[in-house]
Design a binder for this molecule. Structure first.
Ligand code: DSN
Length: 417
């Protein structure tokens, strides 16, 4: 086992055997399975080290040089460093690195610029939007009047004409763009034009595509959007957390909405990891990694197509693809369960106009960020596509073959062992 991980586990083992057992099982699960969850990744040791550091001991409500606690002189430097790195990474005028998650980041923007009942345009869940973009079961959909826009049901691409039509019809105070499960490039410039036509704020949630933006493989919304939110743990390969970037004129309102508006003490151990993650993201290695993520995804997509499987939108431009299983005589839930039992981790996903609902679904979302971090390549992605195809068509007789191939691949590309 890698020395760093071994030391950490040894320390846990000595003090708490129950936690140790659970942690060890999770180490083995991660090691022995092929992780295709588009929102997950494997962080580098420096990120883990910061996240497990003594910085967790410090309270620091407030912002650099304006805290409600003494003893923040080091924390101030740390948070300022994270802010400066994030601004430089995306070319943003202002940044807040305190949101505990992507959801918290989105809530803070809403809290700063919307009042309960305000109308907002957001991408519907079935088309790949996120819960916080107005789902009825989320606080966003309960407190605000979200009007959903979607993708063209035939092409699977965002229907910008429909977004424009809805914007002119409903006069939203804000338009939210960005997605959780959209395999294509998002035209932020077009969203900006629509927002300007109806005098609405524009918020771009780049949680999934942040890495591609840094690598120059996706347009950057910072010049167009009033607010840009992101998580740091997906393609950015940082710690679990969120961030907000905005124009300078909105800085004070955003900062007040994060603290004291919607959060208390910032997690400075995570902010240290975020700062590390931003530093890593400047590197040539990170950009190469993201190019490989996209190449791998494209190669998997092409293999699925050659096997006769359908993809929402017919392909992918980024780190994820969505299988449309309607012609495969299997639901998303069944396929996810079969794959789980063969140590391939995925998540069921609704497709545009899905008749089966979010618990069953007609789709499966697949991402290549985590397997690329392990070193898997385009050929491996083709192999994995074939395993997924066999899991749809001939699982009972091929299961032990699939498990063997997974075992071979995970042993070839170790993470911790
Ligand atoms: N649920 C995350 C995802 O998987 O995309 C986003 O919050």
């Amino acid at each position: 086992m890698r020395e760093f991980i071994e030391k950490m586990l040894e320390s846990i083992r000595k003090s708490d055997s129950e936690i140790y057992e659970i942690m060890m099982s999770e180490v083995l699960r991660q090691e022995k399975s092929i992780n295709l969850i588009a929102s997950e990744n494997f962080v580098l040791d420096d990120i883990l080290a910061c996240n497990g550091s003594i910085l967790t001991n410090k309270y620091s409500e407030g912002y650099p040089m304006r805290r409600y606690y003494g003893g923040c002189e080091n924390i101030d430097k740390l948070e300022q460093l994270a802010i400066e790195r994030l601004k430089r990474l995306f070319g943003a005028e202002s940044a807040n690195v305190q949101p505990h998650s992507g959801t918290q980041a989105n809530m803070a923007v809403y809290f700063a610029f919307l009042s309960p009942g305000d109308t907002v345009l957001g991408m519907e869940l079935n088309s790949g939007g996120h819960l916080t973009h107005g789902s009825k079961v989320n606080i966003s959909g309960k407190y605000f009047n979200f009007v959903p826009y979607g993708v063209d049901k035939k092409t699977g691409f965002i229907d910008y004409d429909n977004v424009r039509k809805l914007a002119h019809e409903h006069h939203p105070k804000m338009i939210v763009c960005g997605a959780s499960s959209y395999p294509r490039i998002i035209d932020f410039h077009e969203f900006k034009k629509i927002a300007d036509e109806v005098n609405a704020y524009l918020m771009a949630d780049i949680s999934h595509i942040a890495g591609m933006i840094i690598a120059g493989l996706h347009p950057n919304p910072v010049e167009f959007a009033d607010f840009v939110t992101s998580t740091t743990h997906k393609t950015l390969r940082g710690p679990r957390g969120g961030v907000i970037m905005c124009k300078k004129e909105y800085e004070n309102k955003i900062n007040r909405a994060v603290f004291p508006g919607t959060q208390g003490g910032p997690h400075q151990h995570t902010i240290a990891s975020k700062a590390m993650c931003f530093r890593n993201a400047f590197s040539k290695e990170f950009k190469e990694y993201i190019h490989d993520v996209v190449k791998n995804c494209s190669s998997m997509a092409n293999e699925f197509i050659s096997l006769g499987m359908n993809l929402v939108s017919g392909g992918t431009d980024n780190h994820l693809l969505v299988l449309d299983l309607s012609n495969m005589r299997i639901t998303g839930r069944e396929l996810q369960e079969r794959l789980d039992s063969a140590n391939i981790t995925t998540n069921k996903e609704t497709i545009p106009d899905d008749k089966l609902g979010p618990q069953i679904t007609s789709g499966l979302r697949i991402g290549t960020s985590a397997i690329t971090s392990r070193g898997m390549n385009e050929n491996d992605c083709k192999t994995i596509a074939n395993l997924i195809y066999l899991s749809c068509t001939d699982f009972d007789s091929k299961k032990s073959y699939i498990v063997d191939i997974v075992e071979g691949l995970t042993s070839k590309y170790p993470i911790y062992l």
